[in-house]
Design a protein around this ligand. Structure first.
Ligand code: F6R
Length: 239
């Protein structure tokens, strides 16, 4: 794993340059998307670069990590809505080339892995990390060989995410998520973490053992992963 530590603003810019380089080399790359607070700076920078003509997504395909079960794309807390609003509507992508797992038709969701494969596989997967080490919604204990599946969300994850809902009761109890194997199949991975609430888990997944109890720790075994951290998230790293 390559670790990059810089200010929140600079990690967004430096991660965005990875996309510029990739799309120069492969304009029809397949990108894996994430939601949450962490990628917002990166998405704003990609939108800015696109408006400035420095990057184009017109031949790009995207596959997002996850979606809440029970929310359709018109719900303002659905991840489809988030992606449209924060990225897809601000860049020159063909919306038909964007994929977010369905939170409504979840039966057969493992087909999502086949769709990714048919598109040529993911060139660059973006990840955030939960304070419990989750990537996508793969909570601690998720098997390494998991593909896209429905999960019950940990109470702690629901509590953390309740900041986006009017009350915790409105936070869905289940989500559909790419599995660990789906994520590990990506040819390149960028994980971003910002803020002191992530410092302990950042240390654990980078310096601790590779264990299903810390889902992100599997990334130690991925051949091409970059981790972008702000100084607060990196504060407990020993080297
Ligand atoms: C979102 C996702 C989650 C988040 C994680 C961190 O698509 O898959 O794993 O990346 O919960 O969320 P934030 O960035 O809000 O701290």
């Amino acid at each position: 794993m390559k670790i990059i530590i810089d200010t929140e603003e600079n990690i967004a810019k430096r991660a965005a340059q990875r996309y510029v380089e990739l799309l120069k080399e492969k304009p029809d790359a397949v990108l894996g998307g994430a939601t949450g607070s962490t990628p917002l700076g990166l998405y704003a920078e990609l939108a800015r670069l696109c408006a400035a003509g420095e990057i184009s997504f017109k031949d790009v395909k995207t596959f997002n990590l996850d979606e809440y079960v029970g929310l359709d794309g018109s719900h303002d807390q659905s991840y489809r809505y988030f992606m449209n609003k924060n990225l897809f509507e601000k860049i020159d992508i063909d919306i038909n080339n964007t994929h977010v797992p369905s939170g409504i038709n979840t039966e057969g969701c493992e087909q999502y892995d086949e769709e990714i494969k048919a598109a040529g596989g993911i060139d660059l997967q973006l990840l955030g990390i939960g304070v419990d080490g989750h990537i996508g919604f793969n909570e601690p204990g998720t098997p390494w060989d998991s593909v896209t599946h429905v999960v019950e969300l940990e109470q702690n994850t629901r509590e953390v995410n309740s900041r986006f809902f009017s009350s915790i009761d409105e936070v869905p109890t289940h989500a559909v998520t790419m599995g660990i194997k789906t994520v590990m199949n990506a040819r390149g991975i960028i994980l971003m973490a910002i803020g002191k609430s992530k410092a302990e888990i950042v240390k654990a997944f980078i310096e601790g053992p590779v264990t299903e109890e810390v889902p992100a720790s599997i990334l130690q075994l991925h051949p091409n992963t970059e981790v972008y951290l702000d100084p607060e998230a990196a504060a407990l790293l020993s080297k």
